[in-house]
Design a protein around this ligand. Structure first.
Ligand code: SAM
Length: 236
């Protein structure tokens, strides 16, 4: 199913199997704000956009996070691996756009301060982001909400780290919750192994969008990639 959009990133962006969910909620917003803004910021700071490309890539995870927050209206969102804040800010912006009175908890072992100052990001961070610096193994038990509606795991990519993060978050996932693991591809064998184990151990349904494995206790996830079925709003 081809989706037309006015979104014009600097490089090829294949919409053919992009979800209507993303189209409906994410793309115009991402264009106007975070995605382009962050890349522009990086160009200014570093003189070239390659670095921005390497860490946010085509931004699929941000689109997906934004779209899911808009659609699910989660009360609690956890983001493991803040880095420069792309994923956390995408969740934060969606919360703001959906007028959700929630915050995204984001954890990173180190604080990346290289993003410079930007009034828009500063405000979003202040209002919608709860940032914790430290290892996820130590900080999740201390700060994670008891029930988690949406979680994005993109911290340490070793099997042990992903397994810990994903197991911890799965235990707290609400009945309608979604857990996402980034980089679930062959080059990250540890992520793949942890994903297989989580799926089995918690009896979760899994689907993979680009390189993001998504888990849910409900069966909608399997049809999430079938664009023709999205209209039935199985997310609700
Ligand atoms: C791929 S980056 C995250 C990218 C970010 N989610 C985004 O959308 O731009 C991975 C981050 O995980 C952090 N990290 C690695 N191991 C970690 C751990 N055990 N606990 C917390 N953060 C960790 C790294 O410092 C790094 O900033």
């Amino acid at each position: 199913m081809a989706i037309t959009s006015t979104f014009q990133p600097e490089f090829e962006f294949d919409y053919d199997d992009t979800l209507p969910l993303l189209h409906q909620y994410s793309i115009p917003v991402m264009q106007r704000t975070i995605y382009n803004k962050m890349r522009a910021l990086f160009r200014v700071k570093h003189g070239y956009s390659q670095r921005a490309r390497s860490w946010i890539g085509p931004g699929y995870h941000g689109l997906l996070i934004y779209g899911l927050v808009r659609k699910l209206l989660p009360r609690s969102v956890v983001d493991v691996g803040t880095c420069w804040g792309f994923s956390a800010l995408c969740a934060a912006l969606a919360m703001e756009d959906a007028r959700l009175n929630s915050q995204v908890l984001t954890i990173d072992r180190s604080e990346h301060t290289d993003y410079g100052s930007d009034a828009f990001f500063d405000r979003l961070r202040r209002d919608k982001v709860f940032q914790v610096v430290g290892l996820s193994k130590q900080q999740l038990p201390q700060y994670a909400p008891v029930t988690i509606d949406l979680a994005f795991v993109d911290g340490g990519h070793s099997y042990e780290q992903v397994h810990f993060d994903a197991t911890f978050l799965s235990r707290r996932l609400s009945p309608n919750g979604i857990l996402m693991l980034d980089d679930c591809v062959a080059e990250y064998a540890g992520v793949e192994q942890a994903a297989r184990e989580i799926e089995y151990e918690f009896g979760l349904t899994r689907t993979t969008f680009r390189r993001i494995a998504m888990f849910s206790s409900r069966p909608f996830a399997t049809s999430l990639t079938q664009a023709d079925k999205i209209g039935t709003a199985q997310l609700r």
